[in-house]
Design a protein around this ligand. Structure first.
Ligand SMILES: Cc1cc2nc3c(=O)[nH]c(=O)nc-3n(C[C@H](O)[C@H](O)[C@H](O)COP(=O)(O)OP(=O)(O)OC[C@H]3O[C@@H](n4cnc5c(N)ncnc54)[C@H](O)[C@@H]3O)c2cc1C
Length: 429
């Protein structure tokens, strides 16, 4: 088998290198530590460093992150193996002793006979047979090389609005329509009376934000709360303008309106248009649930504003994380727009499995859409997504079951069972 290169020794890069090496493939793992550290990485010598929380989120299989971990186990994940052997008590979550966890992975990588380590910053784009997993804080020079190769389809910060599930929207208040009836009923509209707007506005401008350090935001991506502070009507003439809308309950134009736009092809997830925000997550729940129709909103992603290097993946990546029109070049991890520790790590396994199948000339079908890893892969490579924003695991990404089960816990159990069975079949192909 031809030799391969993995760039970046984080969660995705370690999974990729381990998967390739275990299949008998020679791997060169390029990691810029200890010569250079990103602003978030602190350890000079450990791979797979957890840069913030020590939790890999929920463990139960009937949750999105629990299901993802169960799928990763089936796929032979080193990250889940390390996490389970270095876990600390954390209720229903899988949390780890971060040094032991990173140490476990570092030892497995360093002692592997098929892995060679090169401690250098990569600055040029690889020619072939490579997986790029340099993460959200990819070094500047390499990010410039990636941006050039990908025709500029690379963002350097994330200014994202919250995403909620369609099933949690109250349609006795909210309604489908497009402004002036143009373009079909593409938006969910949440209409405000003047009193509702006043109450919402006052909470929005006084809610607590996350403190940002040294981070400039373009005017077009200003947090909604910052825009609101410019004046009482600033957002009513901006992202909350009611023009072209008629509230079917009153037959009149509402005083203000919030619009939600479909986030995925199935229409199960919706983002709140223009509501990129820097509010604390708890504050987002409290304030945005004051939007009429969103009082029971289930958030699958909170709004964020932070540094984040990520590809416009729907424009440049295939479902298997390979770069279109390139010679066996794959991306993996947070740089592809799959957000979170496990979401990043699983990308490394998937990219490695598809690279391996290409190297041995085997036809490998796409991951089943019914799996969490498959639905993430489908989401990031969906060419119809013209306003791509990163996403983490969410039950709303999975296609619905054939039968309608009202009880949420029972429904999620069934979705998880279907996913694990379909993934087992895929692995055995
Ligand atoms: C500040 C911050 C906090 C986060 N907190 C959380 C959290 O609490 N929970 C959560 O689930 N997710 C969190 N994330 C999101 C995400 O899960 C992590 O960033 C995760 O580590 C991403 O994994 P990765 O493998 O894609 O990248 P990383 O783990 O960042 O690994 C990338 C590796 O590539 C190396 N590298 C970069 N450039 C080069 C180069 N040119 N040449 C060679 N090596 C290079 C880096 O040194 C690093 O080791 C956070 C992200 C950030 C930025």
């Amino acid at each position: 088998m031809e030799e391969t290169t993995v760039i970046g020794g984080g969660l995705a890069g370690c999974e990729a290198a381990f998967t390739l090496a275990n299949a008998g493939c020679g791997v060169t793992l390029c990691e810029m530590k200890p010569r250079k550290l990103t602003p978030a990485h602190k350890s000079p010598d450990l791979f797979a460093e957890l840069v913030c929380s020590n939790s890999l989120k929920a463990a139960r299989v009937n949750t999105a992150s629990g299901l993802l971990k169960a799928e990763m186990k089936l796929l032979g994940s080193l990250v889940v193996e390390a996490a389970e052997s270095c876990s600390v008590a954390a209720g229903g979550a899988l949390a780890v002793d971060r040094d032991k966890f990173a140490g476990y992975i570092t030892n497995s990588i360093k002692s592997h006979k098929n892995i060679k380590i090169v401690s250098e910053e990569t600055v040029t784009f690889p020619a072939k047979n490579a997986i790029i997993a340099t993460g959200p804080l990819t070094s500047d020079r390499f990010a410039a090389a990636i941006a050039k190769k990908c025709g500029g389809a690379l963002s350097f910060y994330d200014a994202a609005a919250p995403i909620v599930t369609k099933e949690s929207v109250d349609f006795s208040t909210a309604f489908f329509a497009s402004r002036y009836g143009k373009g079909g009923d593409d938006y969910i509209n949440c209409p405000f009376t003047a009193e509702e707007y006043d109450r919402f506005y006052n909470e929005l401008i006084t809610a607590e934000s996350v403190i940002q350090h040294g981070f400039d935001v373009y005017e077009g991506c200003m947090p909604v709360e910052v825009l609101a502070k410019r004046g009482k009507d600033s957002v009513r003439y901006g992202c909350m303008k009611p023009v072209g809308l008629t509230d079917p309950r009153t037959g009149k134009r509402p005083y203000a309106a919030v619009q939600l736009r479909a986030e995925n092809a199935d229409g199960s997830l919706y983002n709140i248009v223009g509501f990129q925000t820097n509010l604390r997550f708890g504050e987002q729940e409290r304030v945005f649930r004051m939007i009429p129709g969103l009082q029971n909103a289930a958030f699958t992603r909170y709004g964020v504003m932070h540094r984040n290097t990520f590809l416009d993946s729907p424009k440049v990546l295939n479902h298997d994380f390979s770069l279109r029109d390139a010679d066996n070049i794959f991306f993996a991890g947070q740089i592809t727009g799959t957000e979170g520790y496990c979401e990043s790590a699983v990308g490394g396994i998937i990219a490695a499995k598809f690279l391996l199948s290409r190297l041995v000339g085997k036809e490998q079908p796409p991951l089943p859409a019914t799996t969490m890893c498959g639905s993430l892969a489908r989401f990031i490579s969906d060419e119809s997504n013209l306003r791509f924003q990163p996403i983490g695991a969410a039950m709303g990404l999975l296609p619905p079951l054939d039968t309608n089960i009202r009880d949420k816990a029972a429904r999620y159990e069934k979705l998880a069972a279907r996913s694990l069975s379909d993934l087992t079949n895929w692995i055995n192909i």
